[in-house]
Design a protein around this ligand. Sequence first.
Ligand code: NAP
Length: 349
Amino acid sequence: MNLANKIPVGVLGATGSVGQKFIQLLEEHPYFELIEIAASDRSAGKQYKDAVNWILSTPIPEKIAQLQVKQCDSAFSARILFSGLDASVAGEIESTLAGRGHIIVSNSKNHRWDADVPLLIPEVNHGHLALLKHQNYGKGAIITNPNCSTIGLAVALKPLHDAFGLEQVNVVTMQALSGAGYPGVSSLDIIDNVVPFIGGEEEKLETEPKKIFGKYANGIIELADFKISAQTNRVAVLDGHLETVQVTLREKASPEAIIEAWKNFRSLPQELDLPLAPLQPVHYFTEERYPQPRLHRNLDKGMATSVGRLRRCNLFDYKFVILSHNTVRGAAGGSILGAELLAGTGNIM
Ligand code: NAP
């Protein structure tokens, strides 16, 4: 794709934690040109630099700093609208804008379980894009990202599911503060503390992988039938969700075969050489103290899933640790990769 043909895109919820990450990752993007941003009535009408409390370590891109923030019910020119909207408003705004012909790539939970909406992780279930032809949004469409803690888990499980089959999964998460948006968890709640509850998160982890790993046929996703149990905790880490995982596999597998499956895993985004595709989706560490959020969350543009500590389990077959960047791979980066996949597979007319 050459620079003259860049696809115009916008960001809904541009002032939020995920919205800011979109703006950072879209700067100088080879396929996409960010032309429009929108947020709530509190921000609409202001220049972006005056509306946002910018919390990222790189400066606001100069051109975006000057842009006026739109209301979400405005008319947009962008072909693709990335959404980092609060879930209390995302559902209706996204349906309306898809109906007006925009392709919505959303991080919010509202449309994840719509029967005709892909719950997309480009490396894991790109075949589910076939659902798009069953949507009734005319030239528009909706695709969604799974929950941020589900994404890293699903990327790590995919090579095991393909090679050996999954029977049971148990996962315990230690989730970063940025996952709660801004301002998120009060400092008095989280300093010197761990909060052993994140509203709605365990349910998402226990159900979303079943759609992601489901089989597509004739416009329908047949849910995968393995069992998942999840426990979720908020910890005092800025970015990067760490998860300890136990699995029982349908076929016997040696530790060496599992590590080989992770190391050799490549998928369509790598074949198409998409700009945000990690070169190696799963990075296995042999060092026994790795992966760690502060050290490894930015691996391979923040898009890799780091895995380590594979060992036999007394209850399940194996246990291991995974780490995934929640606002990059688990939100804005994952959505942009999804849109790159749409562009790379001719799904944007
Ligand atoms: P956030 O920091 O609270 O940002 C929410 C955004 O929604 C802001 O731009 C806000 O605009 C806008 N908004 C709020 N009420 C609105 C309204 N009535 N009309 C229009 N816009 C409105 O939240 P976040 O962490 O970025 O998360 C955004 C979405 O992504 C959520 O659905 C979340 O569950 C999901 N998600 C988050 C993560 C993560 O790691 N943070 C990962 C995956 C998915 P104003 O600033 O103008 O209020």
